[in-house]
Design a protein around this ligand. Structure first.
Ligand SMILES: Cc1cc2nc3c(=O)[nH]c(=O)nc-3n(C[C@H](O)[C@H](O)[C@H](O)COP(=O)(O)OP(=O)(O)OC[C@H]3O[C@@H](n4cnc5c(N)ncnc54)[C@H](O)[C@@H]3O)c2cc1C
Length: 461
């Protein structure tokens, strides 16, 4: 029986990051991972492959729509097998990178599916290993709807959508959340006729309403259709095509749509089955996540949980931050995650990024705030890149000017947001960003101008 200070179950961005930090802090660490490769959902079937396909298809759109405007004549031709090959290559580079980091940090990879059989004991295959602490980082898997049976060929989850044998002529996406919009964008750019069907009356629920409306308008301009307020009733497959039935909530009228492929993007559920033996009584929340306290401890002594399997946004960087904080706690340090400042990004074109409070949340709280907004159309660099759509919106306390939230739709939004994250971590006022010199010409000048708009006003508007 091998003995470790820490055994982590699951090598996604929660688990592998936790393991590396714990090893760096001197703990003897093993990670149990049942999949063939390390990196979890994120590296294998999530963040990384989806961003590879988004990058490839964004480049395609750039070539089709903007190259000629810059005096470049190129006629791109899609080689779908080649594009999937590029995506697989990117996955391979990233997953083998984690294997390298495990070796570098002397982390043992216990290959196989793990089960906690008793406090301090983890069984992987035939062997049982001993650990002072156990971290469950078993992540999440796609969930589906009643009456919609996934076969990963015609009716697919995000996993199947990342590896379709051919580009569908028509694609119906159930769910206008981040994953549905990103993968819908990929196929729309590749020529599929994409229809997004969403139960709610808006896309991307929880996001700043003005940004959501703008994103919907811009995606529609790119050829994506939206049917909102529609409750999907079921799906059937015949002759390689799917028929999806749905009811419009406003009048209960029944409708059908036929598509070569249906992507079910209605959310993800935590993976807890088989992780802890029944008699241990691992406590779950009503939503099936592992119940933990503020220090990530479960109800079983010495057993912790991080990432998608516990509460909070299902995001890779949230999982990783929890992994770092928990490793530091287990090594005897003080650590915590600032859940108020976890940015979220949608990698569509334009990108969307936000952090902190939305206007809707501030109104609901009754908090006095001011809004500073700046359109990318007033930013020279964005215009040169044909990326003038969108804006930066900074929300600041009306009295103190302290930044409360930032919402961006526009070029490189997913990068720009971090300037505001850092400012907010330091408790900055909008004026602090407004008075910080920003290089010209950069799209980040739009962030500065939005901050200026919280005060005496931007220059270029
Ligand atoms: C298409 C798609 C795109 C996404 N894009 C983004 C994005 O752009 N940005 C972002 O922040 N997030 C994104 N996400 C979400 C992100 O992938 C997850 O939030 C993140 O992977 C969660 O990390 P985790 O470590 O908690 O779990 P996971 O990454 O799910 O990893 C869990 C690991 O545990 C292993 N495991 C489970 N049970 C056991 C067991 N009993 N024994 C051994 N191993 C086990 C699994 O095999 C898996 O490897 C995306 C997700 C999808 C599906």
């Amino acid at each position: 029986m091998a003995e470790f200070d820490l055994i982590v179950i699951g090598a996604g961005p929660g688990g592998y990051v936790c393991a590396i930090r714990a090893a760096q802090l001197g703990l003897k660490v093993a990670v149990a991972e049942g999949s063939e490769t390390l990196g979890g959902t994120c590296l294998n079937v999530g963040c990384i492959p989806s961003k590879a396909l988004l990058h490839a298809t964004h480049s395609l759109r750039e070539a089709e729509e903007n190259f000629a405007k810059m005096g470049l004549s190129v006629k791109p031709k899609v080689d779908w097998a080649g594009m999937r090959g590029y995506k697989d290559e990117v996955i391979g580079q990233n997953t083998s990178g984690i294997e390298f980091l495990f070796k570098k940090n002397k982390i043992t990879w216990l290959k196989g599916w793990a089960e906690i059989v008793a406090a301090g004991q983890v069984r992987v295959g035939e062997e049982t290993h001993q650990a002072k602490s156990i971290v469950i980082a078993s992540g999440s898997e796609p969930s589906t709807l009643p009456g919609v049976e996934v076969d990963e060929k015609v009716i697919v989850t995000s996993t199947g959508a990342l590896a379709l044998a051919k580009i569908p002529a028509t694609l119906a996406v159930i769910g206008a959340g981040v994953i549905g919009l990103e993968l819908g964008s990929v196929y729309a750019r590749l020529g599929s006729k994409v229809t997004v069907i969403e139960y709610l009356d808006t896309i991307t629920p929880g996001m700043d309403a003005e940004i959501a409306r703008t994103l919907q308008r811009l995606l529609k301009r790119q050829g994506i259709d939206f049917t909102l307020g529609a409750a999907v009733q079921g799906a059937s497959v015949k002759g390689g095509k799917a028929t999806l039935s749905y009811k419009l909530r406003k009048d209960d009228s029944e409708h059908e749509i036929t598509a070569d492929c249906v992507l079910v993007a209605t959310g993800r559920r935590p993976v807890t089955a088989g992780v802890a033996a029944g008699p241990l009584g691992l406590k779950l929340t009503e939503r099936g996540q592992i119940e933990t306290d503020a220090g990530f401890a479960t109800n079983i002594p010495g057993v912790y949980a991080i990432g998608d399997v516990r509460e909070g946004p299902m995001l890779a960087h949230k999982a990783s931050d929890e992994g770092v904080a928990l490793a530091e706690i287990l090594a005897g340090h003080k650590a915590a995650v600032n859940y108020d400042l976890i940015p979220s990004v949608i990698y569509t074109t334009p990108e969307v990024a936000s952090v902190g409070k939305t206007q809707e949340a501030l109104k609901a709280e009754g908090r006095a705030y001011k809004t500073g907004k700046f359109n990318f159309m007033g930013n020279g660099r964005a215009k040169a890149m044909f990326a003038g759509d969108g804006f930066v919106k900074i929300l600041a306390d009306k009295e103190t000017d302290r930044i409360l939230g930032c919402h961006i739709i526009g070029p490189s939004a997913g990068e720009l947001i971090h300037e505001v994250c850092v400012a907010m971590e330091f408790g900055a006022a909008a004026e602090d960003i407004a008075r910080t010199c920003h290089a010209h010409p950069t799209v980040s000048e739009a962030v500065r101008e939005a901050a200026m708009a919280c005060g005496d006003g931007p220059i270029h508007a």
